[in-house]
Design a protein around this ligand. Structure first.
Ligand code: SF4
Length: 449
């Protein structure tokens, strides 16, 4: 008997992904929790291109003309601002979410490249303090691991109001990652799922934020800068309130930003894309007349030197990277290394019902490459030396790509990149980035030039 001919027409509304979601919800009564960032298609920096030099602009020669990358954050009030060699910083990722080896590797690579790294929800580890020349200490709603002595050992303080992956929501650390050391640092029981608070316990509005910033300044004798980090939602208002409260540096984390674990509904459906958030933040600083005093750091899905260059051209002073750091350390790689020998990690991905290239299972604590785990066995899969070397290489590539584009635009300093250097390939990107659509002088929403 010949097989009957199938006439398959998949519903666009109730496609296989939606079916799987509904059936999983129906079977388990549970929502999905996962790590990393948004997977849906969003407008990105890829939708912009540079108008590099030609007859009307002179490019700089890469082999004999320098292009400065030095970046100073927090000079507004702090006695010791953060002085970095590159405008690429490492975003906050907690010990607990990440292994101690991963934190150490990040600290070493950041120090070698002259940039900063950041603690995370769960406090400061001795490994990362020792490894990091510039260490930013986060003050989060949960206050897990928060310690005034560590605060005074930091080079900057970052008050986290929200994150791009889950603006308005708190993080999660599932019980399998609450090892004895993580439990001790967070004063939590071992092995029990933990949900971080989404609101700071000691303030209910912007006026309280002013008080908190002043407290932190007094605690650190006005030595270090105070950053305020927010997920990208009502960016213009939020930036203005943070600056009014006294922030030296504002960090805006777009919806492509990553997390170790949260509800998928947050990751995919809350916040606005990084590309849309950045111009709003710049406009807020310009409205207040503080664009030269308060630095803006943008994060959320920054991957390449081109992304960094475009972020700077749109008005950011620096970027922060998180997920890309994990990937440089080996996240989603098919192999891990044992004394230089490549070991196949594919079976471990399969045990998580995923595969290299598709993994978002940081929440499980069973990271096949040792980056986001507290398992003593799995953690050994990331050698801090090896991880630091890989991350350093990656940061070098980002910096070289950034300066390559800046020189091609005729700039001797990456901070001289400007919006006028960019055009957009789509109407959406043109409207969000406030740059003309390529081949036109049209910026949607603005009168023609
Ligand atoms: S490989 Fe590890 S770090 Fe990467 S997504 Fe999977 S669990 Fe997370």
């Amino acid at each position: 008997m010949p097989e009957p001919l199938l006439h398959l027409e998949e519903s666009r509304s109730f496609n296989r992904d939606v079916l799987a979601y509904i059936q999983h919800a129906a079977e388990t009564g549970l929502y999905e929790i996962r790590g990393l960032g948004a997977k849906r298609a969003l407008p990105t920096f890829d939708d912009l291109v540079f108008l590099t030099a030609s007859a009307s602009r002179y490019p700089l020669e890469g082999y004999r003309e320098t292009c400065a990358t030095r970046t100073v954050l927090g000079a507004r009030r702090a006695r010791q601002p953060v002085e970095l060699d590159i405008p690429i910083t490492i975003a906050g990722m907690s010990f607990g979410a990440l292994s101690a080896n991963a934190k150490e590797a990040i600290g070493r690579a950041a120090t070698d490249m002259g940039t900063s790294t950041t603690t995370g929800d769960g406090g400061m580890t001795e490994e990362e303090r020792q490894a990091s020349k510039w260490l930013v200490y986060q003050c989060l709603p949960s206050r897990y691991g928060f310690n005034p002595d560590d605060l005074r050992r930091a080079d900057a303080i970052e008050i986290v109001i929200g994150q791009g992956a889950k603006p308005g929501g708190g993080g999660m650390l599932l019980g399998q990652k609450i090892s004895p050391r993580v439990a001790a640092m967070r004063t939590l029981p071992e092995g029990i799922d933990q949900r971080s608070a989404c609101r700071h316990p000691d303030w209910t509005g912007p006026d309280d934020l002013t008080i908190k910033i002043n407290e932190l300044r007094e605690l650190t004798d006005w030595r270090v800068p105070i950053y305020v980090k927010m997920g990208a939602t009502r960016v213009r208002d939020d930036v203005k309130l943070a600056v009014k409260a006294g922030a030296d540096v504002v960090i805006i984390d777009g919806m492509q930003g990553g997390t170790a674990a949260t509800q998928q509904v947050f990751i995919e459906h809350a916040g606005i894309p990084t590309l849309a958030a950045l111009p709003l933040a710049v406009e807020a600083l310009e409205d207040m007349g503080v664009a030269d005093e308060v630095q803006l750091v943008i994060s959320g899905g920054i991957r390449t030197g081109a992304d960094v260059a475009k972020a700077l051209a749109l008005g950011a002073d620096a970027v922060a990277i998180g997920q890309a750091v994990l990937m440089a350390l080996g996240c989603n790689s098919p192999t891990w290394f044992d004394h230089g020998a490549a070991i196949d990690a594919t079976p471990d991905y399969h045990a998580l019902q995923t595969a290299p290239g598709y993994c978002h299972h940081c929440h499980t604590g069973r990271c096949p490459v040792g980056v986001t785990t507290q398992s003593p066995e799995l953690e050994l899969r990331l050698d801090p030396d090896h991880g630091a070397r890989r991350l350093r290489n990656y940061l070098q590539v980002l910096t070289m790509e950034l300066t390559t584009l800046a020189r091609a635009c005729g700039k001797s300093n990456v901070h001289h990149l400007e919006r006028e250097d960019l055009v957009a390939l789509t109407i959406e990107a043109a409207a969000m980035a406030r740059v003309p659509l390529a081949g036109t002088n049209w910026i949607p929403g603005k009168p023609s030039l």
